[in-house]
Design a protein around this ligand. Structure first.
Ligand code: HEM
Length: 178
C-alpha cells in the first residue's frame, strides 16, 4: 500500500539520523504487533524470499546459510522489539565486514523489509519504530570502498626534452631498433 509507505527521503533521514534511536524503544506490545515469535518467523520467510528476488541483494544471500540468517534475524528483531529473546548471533560489524556492502544494498534491504511489513499489515507506526532501532547498525554494516589508487597520467610537455648542442642532427631522433 503505497500511501502507508515511508517516503524515500524520510526513510534515508530515519536511517542516517543519529537521533533516530530516540524513537520509543522496545515493549511487549510492540513485539505482539509483529505477531510474536510466529509472526517474526513468517516475516523472515517472506523477507528472505524477497531478498532472493532482488537483483541487488541476491548475490549476497545466494550462497549464504539462509536458514541461520532467518533464525538470527528473528531473534534479533524479537529482542529489539521487546520480546522474550536474547540475540546470540554475530556482532553486526563482524557479520558484514567481508562483504563490502554499500548504501545501495543497504537501502535495498531496508526497502524489502518495508515491503514485507506492508504485506503482513504491520501498522506503519510499528514499522517506523523497528526501522529507527535498526538505524544505528548502518554505520557497522555499510563500508564505502576507498577510492582506487590510480597513478595520475604522466604528461611530458614537448619542450621538456632538451637536445644538447653538438649532437649531430641525425642523432637528435632516437635510433631505430633492429
Ligand atoms: C539493518 C540491516 C541489517 C541487519 C539488522 C542485519 C542482520 C543480520 C544478522 C542478524 C545476521 C546473522 C548473523 C549470524 O549469523 O550470527 C546477518 C548476516 C548476514 N547479513 Fe545482514 N543485516 C543487515 C544488513 C545486511 C545487508 C545490507 C546485507 C547485504 C546486502 C547483509 C548481508 C548479510 C549476509 C551475507 C549475512 C551472512 C553472514 C555470514 O554468515 O557470513 N546484511 N545479518
Amino acid at each position: 500500500m503505497a500511501a502507508r509507505r515511508l517516503p524515500a527521503l524520510l526513510l534515508v533521514l530515519t536511517l542516517t539520523n543519529p537521533l533516530a534511536g530516540c524513537a520509543p524503544g522496545p515493549s511487549p506490545d510492540l513485539y505482539q504487533t509483529f505477531g510474536g515469535q510466529p509472526g517474526l518467523v513468517a516475516l523472515m520467510d517472506d523477507y528472505m524470499d524477497a531478498m532472493m528476488r532482488n537483483p541487488d541483494l541476491h548475490p549476497y544471500f545466494a550462497n549464504a546459510n539462509r536458514t541461520r540468517i532467518k533464525a538470527e534475524l528473528a531473534s534479533q528483531f524479537c529482542a529489539l522489539l521487546g520480546g522474550p529473546c536474547a540475540y546470540t548471533g554475530m556482532d553486526m560489524a563482524m557479520a558484514h565486514a567481508r562483504y563490502g556492502i554499500g548504501d545501495r544494498e543497504f537501502n535495498a534491504l531496508v526497502q524489502e523489509l518495508q515491503n514485507v511489513m506492508d504485506k503482513r499489515s504491520i501498522p506503519f507506526a510499528a514499522q517506523n519504530r523497528l526501522l529507527a532501532m535498526l538505524a544505528p547498525y548502518r554505520k557497522d554494516i555499510v563500508h564505502v570502498a576507498p577510492p582506487p589508487r590510480t597513478r595520475p597520467p604522466l604528461t611530458i610537455p614537448p619542450d621538456a626534452v632538451v637536445v644538447p648542442e653538438g649532437v649531430p642532427a641525425e642523432r637528435k631522433t632516437a635510433p631505430s631498433r633492429p
